[in-house]
Design a protein around this ligand. Structure first.
Ligand SMILES: Nc1ncnc2c1ncn2[C@@H]1O[C@H](COP(=O)(O)OP(=O)(O)OP(=O)(O)O)[C@@H](O)[C@H]1O
Ligand SMILES: [Mg+2]
Length: 327
């Protein structure tokens, strides 16, 4: 049975005509029922809400406990799968996550659960954060980004307790939760103090994620492969490994970004070779530089030379930082 507070909140939301608040509270009732072991009722409530709620969540109605309110940033996402350029096998695995989420009720009837705990690894700027945003956008769920660095620095000593509150929130408010830069915990021993705080936090995280029985999607993103030990793999339903873009990806990425500003003569022949080795994010930045140049000069298409120049500029900056000599 819903708590008195939840019933009051439902009645209030009804008379104030706030369907967002009504939906959020109804999902809290579902979470409450699930915790009491009334799984079927919880599922039925979630199903009704999912089918009737407005397409985009109104994130302003979601309220977090005061202790963790500055540790989670909540956003609406407009991103779609077509925004993300990844090789087909990766895209198919993302589609499978979406399909299983949408058909979780059907799976549950056969004692099966949709995959919703996802680990994404890969170099900086290859779309890990964007993926969380895409899943949120496609499923019309709020995107909740957990501020890992704040969690660790601000609450050294009580991090595990905060982490528990975050997992309570995951249970109570359905969303896509992104633990970004997940490697901040556990991986870097330099951060660890002499009482092994980091190790404890990592162990707590692993325990909470294992116990989590919510309907939310949980994504941990890291660009630190040192994190990838067996213990970690086991806790996730899927592990996606992102790479720098392939030649085909580079072409798609540039065409997508520059789109109506592509010159009549087409894109330069050597563009893909020049862009090889850059991350998706750097290529997008180079495209944006060429677009800005065109817009500011009132041109209807980008200058091919300027695009090549922008790509080279990114590459030179990258090489200088990493001391790479392409000789
Ligand atoms: N695979 C991709 N497809 C399309 N655009 C991408 C992709 N990867 C990155 N981008 C572009 O680069 C921006 C930054 O990417 P994102 O923040 O997702 O990278 P990341 O992998 O999370 O990097 P970091 O490890 O630094 O957190 C995106 O908002 C998008 O514009
Ligand atoms: Mg990121």
């Amino acid at each position: 049975m819903a708590t008195g507070e939840q019933i009051k909140a439902l009645i209030k939301a009804h008379f104030e005509n706030s369907s967002d608040r009504f939906a959020t509270t109804a999902l809290q009732v579902a979470a409450h029922e699930a915790r009491q072991g009334h799984d079927t009722l919880a599922e039925q409530i979630r199903d009704i809400v999912q089918k009737s709620k407005p397409t985009s969540p109104n994130v302003s109605v979601i309220q977090f406990k005061r202790e963790i309110s500055d540790l989670i940033v909540c956003n609406n996402s407009e991103n779609r799968l077509t925004d993300l350029i990844v090789p087909d096998p990766v895209k198919n695995r993302l589609k499978r996550i979406l399909t299983e989420f949408k058909q979780q009720e059907k799976l549950r009837k056969f004692g099966l659960k949709n995959r919703r705990k996802i680990l994404i690894t890969g170099p900086p700027g290859t779309g890990k954060t964007l993926t969380a945003s895409v899943l949120a956008g496609e499923l019309h769920l709020p995107l909740m980004v957990v501020m890992m660095d704040k969690l660790l620095t601000k609450f050294m000593g009580e991090t595990s307790a905060r982490l528990r509150q975050i997992f309570d929130t995951i249970q109570d408010n359905m969303g896509v939760y992104l633990f970004d830069e997940f490697d901040t915990i556990g991986a870097d021993r330099a951060y660890d103090n002499d009482v092994g705080e980091m190790r404890r936090v990592l162990n707590s995280f692993l325990m909470f994620i294992e116990q989590d029985n919510s309907s939310s999607i949980i994504i941990a993103a890291t660009n630190n492969v040192r994190m990838l030990d067996q213990a970690l793999f086991r806790r996730f339903d899927d592990v996606l490994q992102y790479e720098r873009p392939t030649d085909t990806d580079i072409e798609h990425l540039i065409k997508n970004r520059v789109s109506s500003f592509i010159p009549a003569s087409g894109l330069p022949q050597n563009l893909i070779i020049e862009a090889k080795g850059l991350s998706h994010a750097e290529i997008v930045q180079a495209c944006d530089d060429a677009l800005k140049d065109a817009v500011l000069q009132d041109k209807i298409s980008i200058s091919p030379d300027f695009l090549i120049h922008s790509v080279q500029e990114k590459k030179n900056a990258y090489d200088r930082v990493w001391g790479i000599d392409r000789g």
